[in-house]
Design a binder for this molecule. Structure first.
Ligand code: SAH
Length: 274
């Protein structure tokens, strides 16, 4: 599985390194880091750029370590299991959702750019009359940041803007959206169901906006061919930042051929355990 430590950062609380070991800020170079040598340093989220951590008590450190471990565990489940199991997980353990999002926010704060801000900027330039679906919305930051009418969906509703549902089965009528957004939300082994569902709720020739971690795409041409087979025409692909890819697709008016489309898996973003 891919090592996304360079992107998502290492857990904040770790045992102090042995004297001979490199400090946490200089984690042993992974393959990813090596490949990025020579690239613009500003693009890499670095501990050096982060404010110096306040001194923690042993209790604080243990709590942070536990929270980090729990976050990584939930994250791994969300990426590797089917969405019905994720629904069941949060029903069983409602507190896991906040634990996940707290960890997610901490990680996002370290990124050179947060893709939800890129999607926000893009959407602000689109007609305000558009009806938007934010599928896998987290805490609905997008809805708070644009003038459009936004339907925000996530597995758990952690504020009043969010409707709880599995985005494999949206509580929306056919052909009701002008744009469907998946911002880091293609999680789950059945994520292709989310795309099919997006196609159902999009109006003919409406747009599909996807932002994802670049390194999830083990085979980008095959993935794009799959999207084409699902009835989405690629309009734009933005790879201008080092960590995320943004795509704009248009729903073809004609239904895709009935032949089944083989799912192209995306790599899960698994955090390295240390
Ligand atoms: N789009 C937000 C949140 C990204 S985190 C942002 O960019 O800030 C990914 C979100 O997708 C999580 O909140 C997760 O709960 C949600 N998600 C994953 N699978 C889902 C599913 N099957 N149904 C609804 N939400 C899902």
């Amino acid at each position: 599985m891919a090592d996304f430590t360079a992107l998502f950062g290492a857990p904040s609380a770790r045992p102090p390194p042995r004297p001979s070991a490199p400090p946490p800020e200089a984690a042993p170079p992974s393959k990813k880091r090596k490949r990025q040598k020579g690239k613009k340093p500003a693009a890499e989220p670095s501990a050096a750029a982060a404010p110096a951590p306040a001194k923690k008590s042993a209790g604080d450190a243990a709590r942070a370590q536990l929270a980090g471990a729990r976050f990584r565990h939930i994250n791994e489940l969300l990426y590797t299991q089917g969405s019905a199991d994720s629904v069941a997980l949060f029903e069983r353990e409602p507190g896991f959702f906040d634990a996940y999002h707290e960890g997610f926010r901490l990680q996002a704060a370290r990124w050179p750019v947060n893709p939800v801000h890129l999607v926000t900027r893009w959407l602000r330039a689109q007609p305000e009359t558009w009806v938007v679906g934010d599928l896998g919305c987290g805490d609905a930051e997008l809805a708070r940041s644009v003038p459009h009418r936004v339907h925000s969906f996530d597995l758990v509703a952690n504020n009043e803007r969010v409707t709880a549902c599995d985005i494999a089965r949206l509580p929306l009528a056919d052909r009701s959206l002008d744009v469907a957004v998946f911002c880091l939300a293609l999680m789950g082994s059945n994520y292709v169901d989310f795309l099919r569902e997006a196609r159902r709720v999009l109006k003919p020739r409406a747009l599909l906006k996807i932002a994802e971690v670049s390194s999830r795409f083990a085979n980008l041409p095959a993935w794009l061919a799959m999207l084409d087979g699902l009835g989405f025409e690629l309009l734009d692909r933005d790879g201008s930042n080092s960590h995320f890819l943004l795509f704009t697709f248009r729903k073809r008016a004609a239904a895709p051929p009935p032949s089944p489309v083989a799912a192209v898996p995306l790599k899960p973003c698994i955090y390295k355990r240390r």
